[in-house]
Design a protein around this ligand. Structure first.
Ligand code: ALA
Length: 381
């Protein structure tokens, strides 16, 4: 089987991740920060280690400003709901995932002003349009770091500068880039950094988080969820201390044990080395696809401006048929359709049917790519 669905979730997980999860259940299964006994303390230690590993991986100076959430969608929702009020202006791009667009559309109905800066057919952001949308007083710019459909990398550094120039905060949705592109928050001036644990960081599903930068005044944010934290238990209001303010209820200790191990695994490999490997495989794939008549590849031609997520269509054939034949006849797993990002498909002209997405990752080999190209050649006939 060839797994080409890394943009949905990474698979297989490193053995160290599976071992860390089993170890947590066996030896550290208490409720962290709640009780004083050894299993509770052991669970708390594993979660703290995961928090420190995540902070170190992204160059975030304060692990206590790493908030764990069940996934990146929760991280994005918590940030948007905590920050935005009726009358605020928020600016986003034309290639966002529904994890950003759906909460923003709901906030728009509640009186938040939403401006979508368009992107070109390869996903490149119209930066002049974004600048025009950024009137002084804008509250937030939110953008994905790379498209989950066509892999286009957006210019996070310039977006941060543009946002800060008008006094807005900048939130980066790193769902597709955490663990995939080298990211250093000590130099990349991102205020709210939302990540998922189960893709490039190679942790399990049910993990993700939000890292708050120094520009974010935590006291100004309203907690979206409230509940038990194990801290300040005498009060019926949510504690102000971090990260408890945004982490109500028992955390996913087993998942975070796996996330910590996943992060340490990719740090040991080196994210820059992972990126180099994926760039080479993406080049091989795109060059091979270009030799198959009727196959159209989306996304930037310049491989440096894209991740290893490649979308295609085959002229005159339905995307579901291509995905089905790849799976059933060639054991190649892809994702077809709209990829929860109708905005991207409207932008690149593939709505309403979508594309066939080939998303490479850590365990993908040159042989996998060569077999996939020949499988597509065979299917196209
Ligand atoms: N957002 C994930 C994807 O693109 C699930 O497939």
């Amino acid at each position: 089987m060839i797994y080409l669905d890394y943009a949905a979730t990474s698979w297989p997980k490193p053995p160290a991740v599976i071992a860390a999860m089993a170890d947590f259940l066996e030896h550290a299964g208490g409720n962290p920060g709640r009780s004083g006994h050894r299993l509770s303390i052991a669970a708390g230690r594993v979660i703290n280690e995961a928090r420190e590993s995540v902070a170190a991986c992204f160059g975030a100076p304060d692990p206590l400003r790493v908030v764990f959430t069940p996934n990146v969608t929760y991280a994005l929702n918590i940030a948007l709901l905590a920050l935005l009020r009726p009358g605020d202006r928020v600016v986003t791009t034309g290639i966002e995932h529904n994890s950003v667009m759906r909460p923003l559309r709901a906030l728009e109905k509640a009186g938040v002003e939403l401006v979508v800066a368009p992107c070109g057919p390869d996903g490149s952001l119209d930066e002049a349009a974004l600048q025009r949308a950024l009137a002084p007083g804008a509250r937030l710019v939110v953008a994905n770091h790379a498209s989950n459909v066509i892999g286009t990398i957006l210019p996070a550094e310039r977006l941060a500068t543009a946002a800060h120039a008008v006094g807005a905060l900048f939130m980066l949705d790193a769902a597709q880039t955490a663990g995939v592109l080298p990211i250093d928050l000590s130099t990349l001036d991102v205020d709210l950094f939302a990540f998922t644990g189960h893709k490039g960081l190679h942790g399990p599903p049910g993990t993700g988080g939000l890292i708050l930068g120094e520009r974010v005044d935590v006291d100004e944010l309203q907690p979206v969820f409230a509940g038990g934290t194990g801290s300040r238990s005498e009060r019926e209001e949510q504690p102000e201390i971090m990260p408890d303010k945004f982490e109500a209820g028992t955390p996913n200790g087993v998942g975070l044990a796996g996330l910590g191990a996943g992060v340490r695994h990719i740090m040991a490999l080196g994210v820059a080395a992972i990126r180099e490997q994926e760039l080479g495989l993406t080049r091989l794939l795109c060059e091979g696809l270009a030799t198959i008549p009727g196959v159209r590849v989306y996304g930037p031609a310049d491989r440096e401006r894209r991740t290893a997520t490649v979308s295609i269509i085959v002229e005159g054939r339905s995307v579901s048929e291509i995905g089905y034949l790849l799976d059933e006849e060639h054991d190649i797993l892809t994702r077809v359709g709209l990829h929860c990002s109708p905005a991207t498909h409207r932008t690149i002209g593939t709505a309403p049917d979508g594309t066939v997405r080939l998303a490479l990752g850590l365990a993908t080999t040159r042989e996998d790519i060569l077999i996939t190209i020949e499988a597509l050649r065979d299917i196209v006939g």
